[in-house]
Design a protein around this ligand. Structure first.
Ligand SMILES: [Zn+2]
Length: 305
């Protein structure tokens, strides 16, 4: 009798432990089911719609999407609010990976532009994924061949890192790579000059998600949102090539929704790495700070993925 009682107690305990272990998984699934769509952005307080909303308007769209009219492609600028606070460009490093298609689908559903800084050696094994990124209309930039710390290698290796990545991308149909993000944000005048000799501009960031450090989608989103600054070019750094990248990808709808509620719009990067700003919102002529001219972020060096 006593042993029956203790067996039942052990069984109950085992069930409790199993439930506790399953809880985070269930929460992740619940979150995934509540992913936003472009239409949600309108009902969530954004004052305007994106192109799909033009077909099925929710309320009265005030602004239009700027960019290609082809509905299969992401817009150049997503006017998801009245843009009173300015603009944000999303960027993703270290892909392509098995997570990239999910990210592409998420961004396409939300109709938000983004730039992907790709690691060259990963291209061959993810040919279709790179083409999916290109065909969706996202910007593709270089993140070196093998995520090298360029400050630790000589000038010849720097050129090899840049050229071989461009060749790998050209081999899958992505030509004219004009944007470059140095791994860890580590660069110097010489490397900038070398990139310029290949008609490539550096693109740094202003808002670091620190997604590789840990945290769930909401924590990652909160870190990004806390770093957005009004009336200044905001460039967000996230990753789609790390083991934890699913969390970062799930942060995207949260970032988009809450940034839109605050009055930010999302836009792409031009060939020089500057945010594409609609003419009506463009600053008056004169010297203005560009994102590529911003100082190198003082972030902790990211461990190579
Ligand atoms: Zn990286």
């Amino acid at each position: 009798m006593r042993s029956q009682h203790s067996q039942a107690r052990i069984l109950r305990r085992s069930v409790l432990v199993a439930c506790l272990m399953l809880l985070p998984l269930l929460m992740v699934e619940t979150f995934a089911a509540s992913d936003l769509t472009a239409a949600d952005l309108s009902t969530a307080g954004a004052t305007t719609g994106v192109s799909k909303l033009a077909a099925k308007p929710v309320g009265q769209p005030l602004l239009d999407v700027i960019g290609t009219p082809d509905s299969d492609r992401v817009p150049q600028t997503a006017m998801v609010s009245d843009c009173r606070k300015g603009y944000v460009a999303l960027t993703f490093d270290d892909g392509p990976s098995i997570f990239t298609p999910k990210l592409v689908n998420t961004l396409e559903r939300l109709e938000i532009p983004a730039a992907f800084f790709i690691v060259g050696y990963r291209v061959k094994g993810h040919r279709k994924i790179v083409q999916q990124v290109r065909d969706a209309g996202f910007t593709i930039g270089s993140h070196t061949w093998d995520h090298a710390n360029l400050l630790a290698v000589g000038p010849k290796r720097v050129m090899r890192e840049l050229r071989s990545t461009n060749r790998a991308l050209a081999a899958v149909g992505v030509e004219k790579i004009s944007l470059f993000r140095p791994p860890y944000g580590l660069t110097n005048k010489r490397i900038r000059k070398q990139a310029r000799s290949l008609q490539m501009s550096h693109v740094m960031w202003t808002a670091d998600s620190n997604d590789w450090r840990g945290g769930g989608p909401h924590q990652i989103a909160n870190r990004v949102l806390a770093q957005l600054r009004p009336h200044t070019p905001n460039i967000v750094l996230q990753h789609d090539g790390l083991s934890r990248s699913m969390f970062s990808i799930r942060a995207v709808p949260i970032i988009v929704k809450r940034a839109a509620q605050r009055g930010y719009c999302f836009t792409s990067l031009d060939q020089r790495g500057n945010l594409v700003i609609p003419e009506s919102d463009a600053p008056a002529p004169g010297p203005t700070p560009t994102p590529s001219a911003l100082p190198v972020p003082t972030t902790t060096v990211v461990p190579a993925p």
